[in-house]
Design a binder for this molecule. Structure first.
Ligand SMILES: [Zn+2]
Length: 384
């Protein structure tokens, strides 16, 4: 029995106070799990589950645009743009199924329609079953219940569960707010209960816990489409040839049907703006349905939104956010913990990359899973 838990949105710094106790209880830990850029849920989970970077899995953000029309597409609720065979076939769930293994996913992003998952409980299906205005704590309680039931059923080789409460409350109240910290405390008791349930089966088990990205407090707001609409490129903006896309994030995707030289000029223009950290051009020409020309990384504590007049800001109440380049804003990075029969005890590793999770799972199952990442060998007993 192998269980993978994602604690959404908890920075390695916010979790540091809980690390020592887990180490004393035999967990090995990776203090810093280097996340993706942009440091957002879908991109990070795609990296964790495929072991690949976005040039291969094609998940650039939680919100993308159709390059031909500039239509903005929010991918929440597992949109078919993402949840298709090309992505599903790259996941560890596919590699496991090919080797006659079974998996169960609970509130895990981008799993809708994945035919290689044997039991699927999506977040949207749980929300539909619960009454309106249900709290995130209640959604996480469902995830906990489903997880312990799946462990007790004893029929899955891999159970993957995501807890969403901390991330949601952190956005709403701030990463260190009493609301978010109370939720974090509650999630640690959920982890204890999962560990206890695994031990009660009296069968070999492995438990991996990680966080997909951190959070950082918001200080100011930035609207790059409003800047485009007043710039020398305003006609191109009106003609829907250029557009930034993002939803209250530390990074926005830039789409363009203009010539490369013009895009370079736009990038140079934005690179002069004080709120901008760096404008990254996406190299490589791998075809992908929603690939942007580049990604605009903002400076720490600047929240970007893709509105243009007369649209009104939607995220001004948001207290914490993520998305920034993890090399620039360190608290975007998560952490990883593991406990179980295959793992060495109480070992501390300084850092590893999130795309190493899929190959690490493949190593646990002793199956092939071709990808960019590498197994985290330092946590395995067999390499001691
Ligand atoms: Zn997340």
């Amino acid at each position: 029995m192998n269980v993978l838990i994602s604690l959404d949105g908890i920075s390695y710094r916010s979790f540091a106070g809980y690390m020592q106790q887990r180490l004393e209880n035999g967990y090995s830990c990776c203090k810093k799990l280097i996340t993706t850029f942009p440091s957002v849920t879908f991109t990070a989970h795609a990296a964790a589950m495929t072991g690949n970077q976005f040039d291969r899995h094609g998940v650039f953000d939680n919100i993308v645009a159709r390059p031909e029309t500039m239509e903005r597409v929010a991918l929440y609720g597992d949109h078919e743009i993402l949840c298709n065979e090309a992505l599903h076939k790259q996941t560890i769930f596919h590699s496991l199924a090919r080797n006659a293994g079974t998996s169960c996913c609970i509130h895990w992003p981008m799993t809708s329609g994945n035919p290689y998952i044997h039991h699927l409980v999506t977040e949207s299906s749980s929300k539909k079953k619960l009454k309106a205005n249900v709290s995130v704590e209640e959604i996480d309680r469902v995830a906990l219940h489903e997880t312990t039931q799946a462990i007790k059923a004893g029929i899955y080789d891999l159970i993957a569960t995501r807890f969403v409460g901390y991330d949601a409350l952190s956005h709403q109240y701030g990463k260190d707010s009493p609301e978010a910290m109370h939720c974090l405390e509650l999630l640690t008791t959920h982890l204890d209960q999962i560990e206890q349930t695994l031990k009660e089966t009296q069968k070999p088990f492995n438990l991996i816990i990680f966080s997909d990205h951190g959070q950082s407090d918001v200080q100011s707001f930035f609207y790059p489409n409003e800047i485009l609409a007043k710039s020398q490129w305003k006609q191109h903006f009106r003609n829907k040839q250029i557009r930034f896309v993002g939803d209250g994030s530390g990074a926005l995707l830039f789409y363009s049907s203009l010539a490369h030289q013009q895009n370079k000029e736009i990038m140079a223009f934005f690179n002069q703006i004080p709120e901008v950290h760096r404008f990254y051009e996406l190299a490589g020409d791998k075809p992908s349905a929603c690939k942007p020309f580049g990604i605009l990384d903002l400076k720490h504590m600047v929240c970007g939104e893709d509105i243009a007049f007369p649209e009104q800001p939607k995220y001004q109440e948001m207290k914490s956010l993520h998305g920034y380049h993890p090399a620039n804003v360190d608290e975007m990075n998560g952490f990883l913990l593991c406990l179980g029969d295959a793992f060495t005890k109480s070992k501390v590793i300084e850092e590893t990359h999130i795309e190493n999770i899929a190959p690490t799972l493949a190593q646990l199952f002793r199956i092939a899973h071709p990808c960019d990442g590498q197994p985290i060998k330092d946590i395995f007993k067999e390499y001691e």
